[in-house]
Design a protein around this ligand. Structure first.
Ligand SMILES: [Zn+2]
Length: 382
């Protein structure tokens, strides 16, 4: 594999590094990377890998670009809102480095296609934000003996490592044998994330990929780096392989991909979702607000910061986080409709109030997001 004169000019700052040089740059060019997710982490990873001259980058993403992505997903621009993330990513990467071949996999990675998706690539990088995909990626990489460059982010904190049992380190399951119970760990959509955080963690992942391609330096195999942006602190944990790991130990019990939704306790969505008797619609909520004679009180159980972003006029706030101390302010014999952002926390609040003896409580399905979509577009979505 040769470098053209144009490539020699392009990569000159690499070529003069003794640790890279012509031989190293050719290794980078000869490396293929599958990037799972073209979102917050996938953006800096794919952009820096393309700029650095990785020969082939595969992008797996089935999502479309939303306004709420632009605060951190720098692969996509304002003009890309509504477009496929994979298509938008390909265009951005072609603009950075036309020498990099970009392969689009406009699909959701699943137990059915994961092995075929991953097999042709040298290195896999995990830029996903959910547990089923994280375990799926880990398991497929261990089975195929591919290094899995891991990163995750939440609010102001992130972590990164390289999982590669075939190179002597642990896998994700050695660290986290069981996924957390569903709903216990909020997603970035629920808990928020600082926009630059995926930039920092994603760049750590891109660094590790280049080192793996070059075969230089000390990688994050056997180490977990933890980063806190609020305190600007890095910490490091030494990792060990779990000799009883069900996947990467000498006597594995997992020898093929499993059902990851079930493993993570996520119920498959029924084709025709059954109506939940505890839920009412935003139209019901509107009727309750318009007709005081119905004697139904609507309560917002979101947090004060969210109330400041968007609220429904005339609906008081009683945050879920304060409900344990403040539920006595409510009347156990009154009818209540509870709403939150999307309808999950209001169900939690409902269950709590039931336990306290409240009889007439309902949760508003879809929360203030559905209210904005279906009742009042002037209420901003966040
Ligand atoms: Zn393991």
């Amino acid at each position: 594999m040769q470098l053209s004169n144009e490539e020699i000019r392009r990569y000159s700052r690499h070529l003069i590094l003794p640790e890279v040089g012509m031989a190293g740059q050719k290794k980078i060019k000869g490396t293929s990377v599958l990037c799972i997710g073209a979102g917050g982490l996938g953006s800096p990873i794919a952009m820096y890998l393309a700029a650095a001259g990785i020969g082939k980058i595969g992008i797996v993403d089935f999502d479309t670009v939303d306004y709420s992505n632009l605060q951190r997903q720098i692969l996509h621009t304002d003009a890309d809102v509504g477009r496929s993330k994979a298509e938008s990513a390909k265009e951005t990467l072609a603009g950075i480095n036309p020498n990099t071949e970009v392969i689009l996999h406009n699909t959701r990675i699943s137990a059915e296609n994961a092995l075929d998706l991953i097999r042709p690539y040298d290195i896999v990088v995990d830029g996903t934000d959910n547990f089923p995909t994280r375990y799926l990626t880990n398991d497929a990489c261990v089975l195929l003996k591919k290094p899995n460059v891991y990163g995750s982010i939440f609010r102001f904190e992130g972590q990164a490592s390289v999982f590669a049992p075939h190179l002597g380190g642990p896998c994700y399951r050695c660290l986290y044998p069981e996924p957390p119970p569903p709903g216990m760990v909020p997603s970035c959509a629920e808990g928020g994330v600082l926009g630059v955080l995926p930039g920092i963690i994603g760049c750590i992942q891109a660094t590790e990929i280049l080192k793996l391609a070059l075969g230089k330096g000390t990688t994050l195999i056997n180490r977990l780096v933890l980063f806190n942006a609020l305190d600007l602190k890095f910490r490091e944990l030494k990792l060990r392989r779990d000799p009883k790991c069900p996947l990467c130990s000498d006597a594995p019990t997992i020898k093929e991909l499993i059902d990851y939704e079930m493993f993570c306790g996520i119920q498959p969505a029924p084709a025709e979702p059954a109506a939940n008797p505890d839920e009412v619609t935003v139209q019901d909520m509107k009727r309750a607000l318009d007709n005081p004679a119905l004697n139904i009180k609507v309560v917002d159980v979101r947090e004060p910061d969210e109330y400041e972003i968007a609220k429904v006029n005339g609906v008081p706030l009683l945050p879920l986080s304060q409900l344990g101390q403040r539920f006595t302010e409510l009347d156990p014999n009154q009818q209540y409709y509870l709403h939150c952002k999307g309808g999950v926390r209001s169900l939690k609040a409902l269950n709590f109030l039931r336990e306290q003896g409240f009889k007439y409580v309902k949760s508003v399905k879809g929360g203030i997001g559905a209210w904005s979509d279906e009742v009042d577009h002037s209420v901003p979505k966040y």
